[in-house]
Design a protein. Structure first.
Length: 70
């Protein structure tokens, strides 16, 4: 990530950021994590889905840039 090296991002304590992605994206509700409807395996799958979506977006944007640059 050129231009972003050295930035100190804020994070939640105790690895809670791992749960924040799916919550922030509306993939699940906090209550579903608290009441056991969803477990860590479900959160892992949702995080994988988010990672694939972000990577595919980067690939798409790079492709568009390459097409514009000729």
């Amino acid at each position: 990530m050129s231009g972003l090296d050295g930035i100190q991002w804020e994070v939640l304590p105790d690895g809670m950021d791992y749960f924040a992605g799916p919550l922030n994206e509306g993939m699940c509700r906090y209550s579903e994590l608290k009441d056991g409807t969803l477990d860590l395996a479900d959160v892992a799958v949702m995080n994988d889905m988010l990672m694939v979506r972000r990577e595919n977006q980067r690939i798409y944007e790079r492709h568009l840039k390459d097409m514009q640059d000729g």
